[in-house]
Design a binder for this molecule. Structure first.
Ligand code: CA
Length: 582
């Protein structure tokens, strides 16, 4: 056994409380090197009576390592533990004091999880596991009220630029709630709604007022009520990293310099505030001089922004906050943010915009979730670009699963594209079959899926601002076949818990081949998802014991003969089969 590959770190994501009674222990070994791993556990004050050995399950693999997990119920909320590795006739033990060929005498030198504190347990809202989000860019979704249109508004359906406006608003959303219900989504993520001069509104100048081109605070309240009446949750975008240029406290600093009472609200390197050789003398989002960065460590700024977070939860019964540029704001701020938000609404869902590994925000004291762009990238590389083989895709997915505790993986915000990226269909080379493979994967994978408005009717477009085009409302121009496909898959996901938080495992993923099979399973249902990510038709088979499988979309029986299920798939085709577990 390769000892140098063994890894375990107490607490963090290698030993964490999943709920008030359950600890998850994880350990790493070299890939395909160790046959069996056990967690040897007990209470340090009563080892003899409480000792229990748990077989560990290989829950993920990447190209180098296998990752094992055990779900442990400590007798008294405390745990001491060691790991036993077996390969062939060899056995090794690992505990905090080291690796040995002999079982170390318990519990001295063992790893410790001192106590499961309810207050420390990372507990994202349950509803986020059931949610299918729809990301809506309000300026481009629907124009329900021409009387509030900005000056110089362009005809609906024109080419988006960084500056132009098409007049979308809250009334437009309210008018189309039945469309969203028909699609089957049950949560909306709105990009920013508050007063701002731009079409994207990521440069807020008044955090407590809905932009007049979108409507009024009262209209937002009515819209959220209407959503709630229809079972749709609402998440808004909080832009707390920076404000807009016209934000009054920033204007005050511009005017009064270091004598302004707001001088410490921003990160000013040198007065006066100006741009020198393209670099502002104050910190900004990127190098955009019209987006000055807040000093969120300043207690006044913190109180101001936390009041905003609390205000909208109280005012409109908001269900969640998506946090813009969340990784560029200090952790102290986010810890206080979580406390304030969860006090106002214990069921609020907090999603940070972090494009990279986000473990430092996903340990229970800051966010519930992050926008999972690493997922988008891997899924698009495999299905849209057809760049990888099956095994490297499976390895990538395995690596992503091992990044976070299970409760984070269950509600991580999975998306194919957003207002900040090219549209999925465009990345698929406008090949609808490839888009469908992406969508099947998105909607049969764990996490909280999000659909970017218009993807479901075939909108295409490149990067910002091209992806922010007007929604197509002419029924004849919508791709209704694609809409029906999205609707079917969303319905399937909502119907079966196994597709949301059931066990996930690849059953086939090979080198030099883009055909995969994976399973989702809980105590009720067992799903197999077959995908042929190749440009030629194929016949695939997989050994199965029972003969009670059905096609999940047509309900037709799918036979198992001589212990094998054989499936024919068209090029870029898929099939979802399932059985009820008796
Ligand atoms: Ca309008």
């Amino acid at each position: 056994m390769q000892l140098e590959a063994f890894y375990h770190g107490p607490k963090n994501l290698w030993a964490y409380a999943y709920d008030n009674e359950t600890l998850h222990l994880r350990v790493r070994t070299k890939r395909d090197d160790v046959q069996r791993v056990y967690a040897v556990t007990g209470d340090k004050y009563d080892w003899e009576r409480t000792t229990h050995t748990y077989p560990m399950e290989k829950f993920a693999s990447d190209s180098i390592f296998d990752y094992w997990e055990a779900q442990v119920k400590p007798a008294y909320r405390r745990l001491n533990y060691a790991f036993r590795f077996e390969a062939g006739t060899e056995a090794l033990w690992m505990c905090e004091s080291g690796i040995s060929h002999e079982e170390p005498y318990p519990p001295g030198g063992y790893y410790t999880f001192p106590y499961i504190h309810e207050i420390d347990v990372f507990n994202p809202p349950d509803w986020a596991k059931e949610a299918v989000f729809y990301q809506l860019f309000p300026e481009r979704f629907a124009n329900g009220d021409p009387s509030n249109d900005p000056e110089g508004v362009e005809p609906w359906g024109g080419q988006p630029t960084r500056e132009n406006f098409f007049g979308g608003d809250l009334k437009g959303v309210q008018d189309h709630l039945d469309y969203l219900l028909d699609l089957g989504i049950n949560a909306i993520y709105f990009t920013p709604l508050f007063k701002s001069p731009s079409n994207h509104k990521y440069d807020t100048i008044d955090y407590r007022t809905v932009d007049p081109h979108f409507g009024t605070n009262e209209q937002l309240k009515e819209l959220v009520e209407a959503c709630h009446d229809k079972g749709i949750r609402v998440m808004l975008d909080a832009v707390f990293n920076h404000c807009g240029y016209e934000f009054p406290p920033f204007q005050d600093v511009l005017k009064h310099g270091k004598d302004s009472k707001y001088a410490d609200w921003f990160h000013v390197k040198e007065f006066p505030l100006e741009v020198r050789d393209g670099i502002p003398t104050y910190d900004t989002f990127g190098f955009f001089e019209h987006m000055p960065k807040f000093n969120t460590a300043n207690p006044e700024v913190k109180e101001y922004l936390l009041d905003v977070a609390r205000y909208w939860i109280g005012e409109i019964k908001l269900d969640g906050w998506r946090l813009d540029v969340a990784d560029e704001i200090d952790h102290h701020f986010w810890r206080d943010f979580r406390r304030i938000v969860k006090e106002a609404n214990p069921d609020a869902y907090i999603v940070g915009e972090v494009w990279n590994d986000s473990i430092m925000w996903l340990l229970g004291d800051q966010f519930d979730s992050v926008m999972n762009y690493p997922f988008s990238n891997k899924v698009l590389e495999f299905f849209a670009a057809g760049e990888r083989d099956g095994i490297s895709f499976a390895n990538d997915m395995g690596a992503l699963l091992t990044r976070y505790p299970k409760q984070a993986n269950e509600v991580i915000f999975n998306l194919l594209c957003s207002h900040d990226t090219p549209r999925a269909l465009t990345l698929c080379g406008e090949d609808k079959r490839r888009l469908k493979l992406c969508v099947v994967y998105l909607l049969t994978y764990m996490g909280t899926p999000c659909i970017f408005y218009g993807d479901e009717i075939g909108l295409s477009g490149g990067g910002d601002p091209d992806c922010r085009q007007c929604m197509e409302w002419d029924f004849d121009k919508q791709d209704r076949e694609l809409f029906d496909f999205y609707k079917l898959l969303i319905g399937l996901r909502k119907k079966h818990g196994a597709l949301r938080d059931g066990r996930f495992r690849f059953l086939k993923a090979d080198p030099h081949d883009r055909r995969i099979i994976y399973e989702r399973m809980d105590g009720k249902m067992h799903f197999l998802i077959w995908m042929n990510n190749e440009e030629t038709p194929t016949d695939m088979e997989y050994p199965l014991e029972t003969n009670d499988w059905k096609d999940a979309l047509s309900e037709e029986p799918v036979p198992v003969k001589d212990g094998k299920m054989k499936i024919h798939l068209d090029e870029l085709g898929y099939r979802i089969v399932y059985r009820q577990i008796k």
